[in-house]
Design a binder for this molecule. Structure first.
Ligand code: ATP
Length: 590
């Protein structure tokens, strides 16, 4: 648990202070029964009011000092545990941000959320408990044991039986509990995951009237969580009463043995009362210790899960001293590139692919679904690294370059539009932190978004709901294109991001790009053949390979797959082709 060292170093002083307060409190607790024994045996037995008042006053003073210790440790415990949890959450969030896609793909997204919330809370609770009460338990246990033995060695025989039994019960409690709590945590992940999937697909669920299906799915996950929690709690439930019963039997034994001795005149009543008091303190301490272990097993399971994230090494390496000297801007090369996703069957989704995109060129990429188009462009900003071969940006191997630096040159509009809560202006500005209003509007114009944005009463200040729920699919796509363009990138990647805009709007966007963004290298992935027909170069992909490359006319003659796509979209049902579509079809292509 390397990640905990940082917090240990930071908080050990406050922790020690809390421990000092705990010691003070424990000492007070331990003194009280002995003073009380004297009060009974000397003051009450001899009807000596002075002694009763004096020792009673002393008991009050000890209680007050103990309360002071308790207040001190409570304040420190709350302060440390809250700050520790906030820092841990923040560090974990940063770590997740720093991970490569390859690392993140290993985790279920819901499991990451559970780690950030529930697991951190479990560790926080443990730290809080440790400072407030847990650390006191061993002190109290050992102290009460010493005081009890000093008070009456004969009665202490009972302790030699009770304590080993209780120790064994605590050990078994811990041994049994740990695997159960791991399972509980996994079940909670499942509940979160079902919920998250439902929320992100709520429209689909409603459109298909699949409420019952979703409710069943949630109920199953919920039931599983409930039954695993119940099993875990049940398994743990036997231990606490068993410990209480063992100690209570011990108390009965003490009273019985003590009673015999008092009758024989060998012992005073105050001693029995004090001894029972110490036994109760030992019981309390042992119960607390067993509770500590319960919380410890949960916190240990949670710490392990948090550690899984912290121990992820971002496998992406680069040359820290690398200085780019290339005068080329906007060139992309794939040289014999193959790529497969980690953790999958290992079959490459890109196979021995070679391709060059020249500066200022518009390259259309088309192919059947799953042919590897998105995976190919994901290699340019180093979302993933190629398994073999070389990917170059501006003539330089991306493996040498810091991913941050590469991404500064590139803007990508992903297939799935992702907008954030906030105003339209904020969303476009997301692409360039210091963009002026003029730059924002220019980008929106190029994305053919300025018109509809200004038609809203609040214009650029119009607020978007979560994921832009109050915008249409096409509007969202245009805002996300504007967000990419405001960056003024050298390379623009449009990953099938105009699927929800009409053909006229798409052609407006392309026209604007040609006019305003001269010199910009543009990679356009598209499903619609009309989206790429006028590109400088069209790349046809099939099963991770390039099966055709060239201009539209060339491909119509030489590439079977391209002809098939053309036929299926434009050829077979010419009546369905709109005028706009025809207008984008190059001459001779019909
Ligand atoms: N994160 C991932 N982990 C594992 N496999 C993936 C991942 N992303 C994509 N794949 C697989 O890689 C292959 C290529 O997917 P990719 O998304 O690149 O295709 P595509 O041509 O862009 O498809 P589409 O046109 O449908 O978007 C598919 O078989 C897909 O299942």
């Amino acid at each position: 648990m390397q990640f905990l060292h940082k917090y240990k170093r930071k908080y050990w002083k406050l922790f020690s202070a809390a421990f000092a307060f705990l010691m003070l409190e424990a000492m007070c607790d331990l003194l009280l029964p002995t003073v009380m024994a004297e009060l009974i045996d000397i003051g009450v037995a001899n009807k000596d009011m002075n002694t009763v008042l004096r020792l009673g006053g002393l008991m009050l003073l000890i209680t007050a000092v103990g309360a002071l210790g308790a207040t001190g440790r409570n304040i420190l415990a709350t302060h440390v545990s809250q700050r520790f949890a906030a820092e841990l959450r923040s560090d974990l969030f940063r770590k997740i941000q720093s991970l490569s896609f390859e690392n993140i793909d290993k985790f279920d997204r819901a499991a990451l959320v559970t780690r950030l919330t529930n697991d951190v809370t479990q560790v926080q609770n443990f730290v809080n408990g440790l400072m407030r009460i847990f650390a006191k338990a061993p002190l109290l246990c050992i102290g009460a044991l010493i005081m009890a033995v000093r008070l009456n060695p004969e009665l202490s025989v009972v302790l030699t039986v009770v304590i080993p039994i209780v120790g064994l019960l605590i050990f078994m409690n811990m041994k049994v509990g740990f695997p159960f709590f791991l399972k509980v945590q996994k079940a909670l992940d499942r509940v979160n995951s079902v919920m998250r999937e439902y929320l992100s697909g709520v429209r689909v669920v409603r459109a298909f009237n699949r409420f019952d299906y979703e409710v069943d799915k949630f109920d199953q996950a919920n039931q599983e969580y409930q039954s695993r929690s119940t099993i875990a709690m049940r398994a743990m439930a036997v231990f606490s009463p068993a410990i209480t019963m063992t100690v209570n039997l011990g108390i009965v034994a003490v009273i019985w043995l003590g009673g015999l001795r008092v009758s024989a005149g060998n012992m005073q009543v105050g001693h029995i009362v004090a001894f029972v008091n110490y036994m109760t303190q030992i019981l309390f301490a042992l119960m607390t210790i067993s509770m500590v272990f319960n919380m410890f097993v949960r916190a240990k399971a949670s710490t392990g899960r948090i550690d899984e994230v912290f121990s992820q090494e971002n496998g992406m390496e680069w040359d820290r001293g690398f200085v780019s000297e290339t005068p080329i801007k906007g060139r992309v090369d794939f040289e014999n590139v193959s790529f497969s996703y980690a953790g999958t069957s290992g079959l490459p989704v890109i196979r021995n692919l070679t391709l060059t995109c020249l500066p200022g060129e518009t390259v259309g990429i088309i192919g059947s679904t799953g042919s590897g188009k998105s995976s190919l462009v994901a290699l340019i900003p180093r979302f993933y690294d190629a398994s073999s071969g070389v990917v170059k940006v501006n003539g330089e191997d991306v493996r040498q370059m810091d991913p941050h630096r590469i991404r500064e040159k590139i803007a990508i509009v992903p297939q799935k539009t992702m907008l954030f809560t906030g105003s339209v202006r904020d969303n476009i500005k997301f692409g360039k932190e210091d963009a002026s209003m003029e730059e924002i509007e220019n980008a929106a114009r190029m994305a053919d978004a300025h018109g509809f944005i200004t038609s809203f009463p609040e214009g650029y200040e119009t607020q978007l709901g979560q994921h832009g729920v109050n915008f249409s699919g096409g509007q969202k796509q245009r805002v996300s294109i504007a967000r990419a363009l405001v960056r003024q990138p050298e390379i623009l990647i449009l990953d099938d991001c105009t699927s929800a805009v009409d053909v006229t709007t798409e052609s407006n966007i392309k026209q604007a790009l040609k006019t305003y963004a001269k010199g910009l290298t543009c990679l356009i992935i598209a499903q619609r053949i009309t989206s790429v027909m006028d590109a400088d170069k069209i790349v046809v992909m099939d099963e991770g390979q390039v099966v055709g490359m060239g201009k539209h006319d060339e491909l119509m003659k030489s590439c079977g797959v391209y002809q098939e796509i053309f036929q299926s979209q434009l050829g077979r049902e010419p009546s369905k082709i709109t005028n706009e579509q025809y207008s984008t079809v190059p001459k001779g292509a019909e």
